[in-house]
Write a protein that binds this ligand. Structure first.
Ligand SMILES: Nc1ncnc2c1ncn2[C@@H]1O[C@H](COP(=O)(O)OP(=O)(O)OP(=O)(O)O)[C@@H](O)[C@H]1O
Length: 362
């Protein structure tokens, strides 16, 4: 059973009397022991998805979903206390800006100790409990690779380097021994050595503690170095989902291909000083959302069908939502798309694949 199972998550907000749909039928799952990436450019709705999962959206947002399940339990059906309990013990989040998530007026030692659930601390006199809390705090810092705990515990957040504060945020997130860690753009803006350290730490926690991780980022290189599978979002819609290797080798959605084309690390045959390929235009604002497939106005393969939102299709655990998928040669394919597809699957191949996987709408 998936730990997190999200199906058709939609978010609505009233902007000046007009209801806008910020997220439209976002679907993905996070399995036990998996590192799943949620990828998309800035403004694609990644943080909104995270906030919908943890229940941190202000009251003016309306959340609808066929499923928003944690371990089979529908999060939307839970009352405030039940949801809070899950968020306190099972799902931990590390946000992108560590220093703004820490209290600037309290020493780090006290903040870490405060994050340790009461039930993890031995019963006893208050000084015994305090001593035990400090021991747990020290061991949490060791877990995230901070050896000199005494050096940092007496500091205020503004006195420590960014990589240490991010590790401390992860240590605090681990204090409740969660089942899922959501890292929301937690390596954003970091220089590469620090970023590598944090990514290695996440992989280590995943391997040694079987921690399932939802890694939210727009950094494809970071994602491909740690994640097993990924879901690509564009403007609040899920466009593609599958194993990272499969998406890199054969992206089926034009947006995924455009993301990969725009990242220098994935361009092996790019001539020196030549510009990277990008999609024309920019991600639309909420006030100007196109109908149907939201990539439509920017998509090189768009056709008249794209004014209808495409359904999610599945080929061998690779889901895509596009009327004109790349590499899938079928009757619907347009001439323009055939030129874009570099390695088309044969008709037989795709039909067989679809048949064997029981192609279905998800
Ligand atoms: N409280 C809010 N009120 C109005 N619009 C919002 C609110 N929160 C987010 N948005 C809008 O929703 C869209 C998606 O925002 P979100 O923060 O989820 O994007 P993101 O993919 O996480 O981007 P980034 O990588 O820059 O954090 C953006 O256009 C943003 O301006």
């Amino acid at each position: 059973m998936a730990l997190l199972d999200i199906k058709n998550l939609s978010l609505y907000m009233d902007i000046g009397g007009t209801i806008v749909q910020a997220l439209e039928k976002v679907s993905f799952t996070l399995n036990e022991g998996e590192i799943k990436a949620l990828v998309g450019e800035s403004g694609s709705g990644k943080t909104l998805v995270v906030k919908a999962i943890i229940g941190a959206l202000p009251g003016y947002w309306q959340v609808k979903a066929d499923r928003l399940n944690f371990k089979g339990q529908d999060l939307i059906d839970l009352n405030y206390e039940q949801r809070r309990h899950i968020m306190r013990r099972d799902i931990a989040v590390v946000f992108q800006e560590p220093t703004s998530s820490l209290d600037p007026s309290v020493k780090l030692g006290s903040q870490i100790e405060e994050s340790i659930p009461e039930e993890f601390v031995n019963k006893g006199r208050f000084w015994e409990r305090k001593k035990h809390r400090r021991e747990i705090a020290n061991s949490l810092l060791h877990k995230v690779g901070i050896k000199e705990h005494e050096r940092w515990l007496n500091c205020y957040p503004n006195e420590i380097p960014r990589d240490v504060s991010q590790k401390i945020m992860i240590a605090m997130a681990l204090a409740s021994e969660p089942t899922i860690l959501i890292a929301d753009d937690s390596t954003r803006g970091m220089e590469s050595t620090t970023k590598t350290q944090i990514l290695r730490l996440l992989v280590k926690l995943n391997k040694t503690k079987n921690l399932s991780i939802l890694f939210v980022s727009h950094d494809l290189l970071a994602i491909t170095s740690i994640a097993n599978s990924m879901t690509v979002l564009y403007c609040g819609q899920t466009v593609e989902s599958g194993k990272v290797k499969s998406l890199l080798k054969r992206p089926l959605h034009p947006y995924t291909k455009a993301l990969l084309d725009s990242a220098p690390s994935f361009q092996t045959s790019l001539p020196v000083k030549s510009p990277l390929k990008t999609l024309k235009g920019t991600i639309p604002s909420f006030q100007h959302l196109p109908t149907g497939c939201r990539l439509g106005p920017r998509c090189p393969n768009a056709g008249k069908e794209c004014v209808q939102a495409p359904i999610m299709r599945n080929i061998q655990d690779h889901q895509y939502s596009c009327h004109f998928p790349l590499h899938v040669v079928n009757k619907k394919i347009s001439k323009k798309q055939a030129q874009t597809s570099t390695e088309p699957l044969s008709n037989d191949n795709v039909d067989n694949n679809a048949a064997s996987s029981g192609e279905r709408n998800t």
